[in-house]
Design a protein around this ligand. Structure first.
Ligand code: MN
Length: 319
């Protein structure tokens, strides 16, 4: 997925790392993507840039796309991050400059590690299923791993943690001793929790991580806060358990990780450490160098927006 905002401000990863548990609702912001898809952006938000290394969270659908193109995101570049494609309904066809051609289906992990440079496109295949529902997430790469070669991984069968009324798929990192096969470069967790109506749980957490929960569907109560679909609750650090109560059949994305300490510049589809790195990446994409070529997408590649007039500055966690 791409940030298609034509006039992106210099978004900065690195929110305030709280010491201890909090319950902050993060309001979604509607943003148009390619095709007929409108997403609700939850990270970065006004008050918070990151949860662990998670620095970008879009939630979309469920949308009826039977008579629509669905998702159509033309070839665009990435640098310094991983993208996680996660679906509950429908499918997304991923193409990238490594030559990958992969349909990602519900509850399968599509994990693209950009390293220093990659480009990709994402589209609803033709024909496609009636309903499209999913999330697109980015993970910032730490300095020691951000210049690596790009890779794409597809993991159709993720490990699960189960209890009565709870079925959790571990998307990235480790939950309750169960680890995803997806390659992670920081202490992190992403998990999809399916909850049966009426069930109550105490999900084990790492007290050194910060966490947030996004409701994908259903009505839940998380540490006493009622959440509706599309709502995200930031939970802070210092928790050993997360109290969950499902008021209906529901599903949640649990995102967490060690608070990310590096200063970052996040602009358009790039994460770097300096203005010059970002400007170089933008130039390279516009000159069709470094980011490779995506073959087979029926349409033109995206152009990068203009850089803002003032230099982009690396920012820490405090706004
Ligand atoms: Mn993308």
């Amino acid at each position: 997925m791409s940030d298609l905002d034509l006039h992106p401000t210099a978004a900065r990863c690195g929110g305030q790392a709280t010491e201890g548990p909090v319950r902050d609702l993060l309001p979604p912001r509607e943003t148009a993507l390619g095709g007929s898809t409108v997403v609700r952006r939850l990270l970065p938000s006004l008050g918070r840039r990151m949860v662990g290394a998670w620095c970008f969270v879009d939630h979309y659908g469920p949308d009826d796309i039977a008579d629509e193109p669905g998702m159509q995101v033309p070839p665009h570049p990435h640098m310094g991050l991983q993208t996680v494609s996660w679906l509950h309904q429908g499918e997304v066809l991923h193409r990238d400059s490594l030559g990958s051609l992969q349909t990602v289906r519900p509850y399968e992990l599509g994990l693209m590690t950009s390293g220093r440079a990659i480009s990709h496109s994402e589209e609803s295949p033709r024909p496609h299923a009636r309903l499209l529902h999913g999330a697109q997430l980015w993970v910032a790469l730490p300095d020691g791993h951000r210049h690596t070669d790009p890779t794409f991984e597809h993991h159709p069968d993720l490990p699960r943690v189960t209890a009565a009324g709870l079925d959790a798929r571990v998307i990235l990192g480790t939950l309750d001793g169960t680890t995803s096969p997806g390659t992670a470069h920081t202490p992190i967790v992403g998990a999809d929790l399916s909850l049966r109506e009426g069930s109550r749980h105490q999900v084990p957490l790492d007290e050194h991580f910060e966490y947030a929960v996004l409701t994908m569907s259903g009505l839940t109560e998380i540490d006493g806060v009622r959440l509706e679909p599309g709502s995200m609750l930031y939970l802070g650090t210092g928790r050993r358990h997360l109290p969950l109560h499902a008021h209906s059949d529901a599903s949640l994305l649990l995102l967490g990780g060690e608070p990310f300490r590096e200063q970052l510049v996040m602009w358009w589809n790039f994460i770097g450490r300096t203005h010059d790195e970002i400007a170089q990446a933008r130039d390279d994409w516009e000159k069709s160098s470094r980011f490779g070529e995506v073959h087979g997408y029926d349409g033109a590649r995206l152009h990068a927006p203009e850089l803002p007039p003032l230099p982009l500055k690396p920012r820490g966690r405090v706004r």
